[in-house]
Ligand binder design. Sequence first.
Ligand code: ADP
Ligand code: MG
Length: 617
Amino acid sequence: MSNIIKLLPDHVANQIAAGEVVQRPASVVKELLENAIDAEATSIKLVVKDAGKTLIQVIDNGKGMSDIDARLCFDRHATSKIQSADDLFNLHTKGFRGEALASIAAIAHVELKTKTEEAEIGTHVTIEGSKVISQEVAVVPKGTTLSVKNLFYNIPARRNFLKSNPVETRHIIDEFHRVALAHPQVAFKMIHNGSDVFDLPESNVRQRIVNIFGTKSNEKLVPVTEETEIVKVDGFVLKPEFAKKSRGEQFFFVNDRFIKSPYLNHAVVSAFEGLVKDGTHPGYFLYLDVPSKSIDINIHPTKTEIKFDDEHSIYAMLRATIKHSLGQFSIAPVLDFNKDSSFDTPYEYSKKDPVVPTIEVDRTFNPFKEGSTSKPSKVSFKKESTTAWESLYVGLKDDDNPSIEAEPFGEMQVESDEFTGNLFTEEKVHAGQITFQIQNKYIVSAVKSGMMIVHQHLAHQRIMYEELLKNMTVQEAVSQQLLFPVQVTFSKPKIELLETIREQLEHTGFVFSSWEEEEIGINGIPAGVKESNVEGILEQVLSDLEHQVPEAGFSQNDLLAKSLAKSMAIKTGTALEKEEQEHLIHQLFACKEPSVSPDNRPVLVMLNANDLDKKFM
Ligand code: ADP
Ligand code: MG
């Protein structure tokens, strides 16, 4: 049999390699920005058109390349950054694999203009699908301009796979943030479709954060700093009350490189334990410096994951340092960090004499949240009532009870109005009715065929979703006037994004009193929304918009209604009064599609008597 193995031609090998390095326009942005940093630029400009699908251009004032290097840099494994394998374990540059430019040139139209300090005249190389088309002299300043046009022009499948412009832009901005935050001493500019998105002067870390995330972020920052033999930590965490539902502002930099590390994230989160609400994520900007020999960066083509020699010590140190900072800046209540503050007695109760055997616990009370006026879910369990369980059984198992047979949501009488529960389980059961709540999460209701278990949060999402959609289409939302306008601040690009759905927001009941670059005033909110939730709701909407804006053809109203419904709906963990439970069930069954949530999750489960019978066989 003849030999069949052949070496792939370079341009094919490069295309394959490109698949690893270049997933989307944002990957190109990352590589080009990092090359500019490695070239010691002090000023870097990023120009993007159509979310990078048409053009990505990076202009730097770094050291530039010679004529020969300007051609060589597009060869695979062409790098000026390492010379031997040993260098791999002592890296001081972002790049070192020498494959970014080769990969990009294999799948786009690329133009390079560059000049070194010493050269009298610069050079201009054009390359398409790995083929050099031309190289000419060019009159250019010192530094490098790399333009990448028509990304994936020769791989239609990849091009079609790209997401909508807002989504791809979001990814680009994320990469831009990461590089800009890692290098505050370098000036950055970003221009998208002709308008300035960011203009960041040389600065320090704090100033850079403020320039990116808006003036208001300054007062949210708590400095963190510590130095040990294995690691030096600097940076900031956000005060616990600014923890967000989305993981937006979480940044680790190791030796000036942005990295992702679920393990170290856990260290930070655990330092915040008891200080932030469940389901929210603390924000942080943490800069770790470790000896470059103690990490391995070469474990992933995009170099965002690294391996530390001594991960456990770094974890412990990070957690302790952050706890210390939170304590020092009086953000934590007590210096005893082993205590879980979520179990602290709310102040209003602490002065009262305890009345045994009633135990009152409010686990949702958050002493650090200003104006936290949302209804505390108080629980009271009285020890003396021990007959309630029995009476509940009596009511429910009574096959002959006509009210159950005839009317699924009717009233049912049981004898006791107290219920025995366990300490800290926050059960809240009212006898005297058919619905009751378990775990502050489900509403159980006896129905003709057996019983129905309704997920309160998903059910309310369905209700809100249908109502919002209706309001948006018929435009007759009920708005709730606020006595004092609420001011909310977001970064400039976020406000711009909100602007695109401003009209729809107004249709749901939002009334805006002012609209500025980084701040909007709100003096009317949709009926049923709590004033204290407004910021969180808008945040959720923004995060949904950024990550899942549908292509034209899908309705933007639908997305907005889903997103608003999600954040407006009664949360799991909320104790509901008897009337509230019943009202929720009635509203649910007035919906067009009561059985599924807007995201297609089941809203209710039916357990019929046969299912139950089987459990007792
Ligand atoms: P790597 O960064 O891993 O070395 P790249 O493919 O990104 O690989 O770049 C190849 C080489 O091209 C670099 O090692 C560097 O010498 C040169 N180069 C790339 N971009 C620039 C730039 N903006 N300024 C100066 N030199 C550059
Ligand atoms: Mg590189």
